[in-house]
Design a protein around this ligand. Structure first.
Ligand SMILES: [Fe+2]
Ligand SMILES: [Fe+2]
Length: 257
């Protein structure tokens, strides 16, 4: 069994911690990764997860930092596996939620009424300034898969959190923390990406915009960490992948008429 949390990067004033949650009893719930960046006295939580996992994630996060020190919760997009815990997080912290402008009027349907704690991300992105002139950059990744979608780049650790891009679904008992066998891992990513990603054009545009970054590893919201040496293979695989609307005919082939 893989750990519940692990420090991925650490220096005197900056830590990046991975939290991995999976349900061993209910196979219907998709495994998810959460990331916490701690910089000086502030913390930033990426894709906090579903309501179902709130108590486990919150108690694990609290081992590293008091919840009151979480300044922002960042959401790559609006899905329930990303954000259905948000009402509980807003109650337990003073944090504000950063989410795409497209979803700002939808997320309160998860069950809260205080919109003063919502901050919208414009389509072009946003950056949060940290101590020491470092940033968390919220970079556009629209239509991958959500219409208003972002990935998050921490300039200090150089870790890129990609939300559903790079997600993998493991066969039962096959979960691992970091990718080592690329071909096997592609087989765990392929089905998800073919159906959930918008199309190849969106993938290529995104890769064009992030390829120049120095990336130490990629952490997706589901599945395993892609190490630095496999990032070029990952981009090359995505660049040739037909997905989403590229496969419309296949998707409609068996449609009821
Ligand atoms: Fe999603
Ligand atoms: Fe997801």
């Amino acid at each position: 069994m893989v750990d519940q949390s692990k420090i991925l990067y650490e220096d005197d004033e900056h830590q990046v911690i991975w939290f991995g949650w999976e349900d061993h009893e209910h196979e219907s719930l998709v495994q998810s990764n959460q990331l916490l960046v701690i910089n000086a006295d502030n913390a930033y939580l990426f894709d906090p997860g579903g309501a179902y996992i709130f108590s486990e994630v919150a108690s694990e996060v609290a081992k590293y930092i008091p919840l009151s020190q979480i300044r922002y919760i960042l959401a790559t997009h609006q899905d329930p596996d990303v954000l259905s815990s948000i009402t509980l997080w807003l109650k337990s912290t003073n944090a504000r939620l950063l989410v795409s402008r497209l979803w700002i009027r939808f997320v309160s349907h998860f069950g809260f009424s205080d919109n003063s704690r919502l901050v919208s991300i414009e389509d072009h992105g946003k950056q949060i300034r940290l101590d020491g002139n470092e940033y968390i950059k919220l970079l556009p990744a629209h239509f991958l898969h959500s219409e208003g979608n972002f990935c998050f780049y921490d300039t200090r650790s150089k870790i890129l959190f990609t939300g559903d891009i790079g997600a993998a679904v493991f066969p039962k008992g096959e979960r691992y923390l970091e990718v080592s066998d690329w071909e096997t891992h592609v087989s765990y990513m392929e089905g998800f990406h073919k159906r959930y990603m918008g199309n190849n054009l969106a993938l290529r545009r995104w890769i064009q915009s992030v390829r120049h970054l120095e990336i130490s590893s990629i952490v997706p919201q589901h599945g395993a960490i892609i190490p630095k040496e496999m990032v070029p293979q990952f981009f090359a695989w995505l660049e040739q992948l037909e997905c989403g609307t590229d496969l419309l005919d296949q998707i409609y082939d068996n449609a009821l008429a």
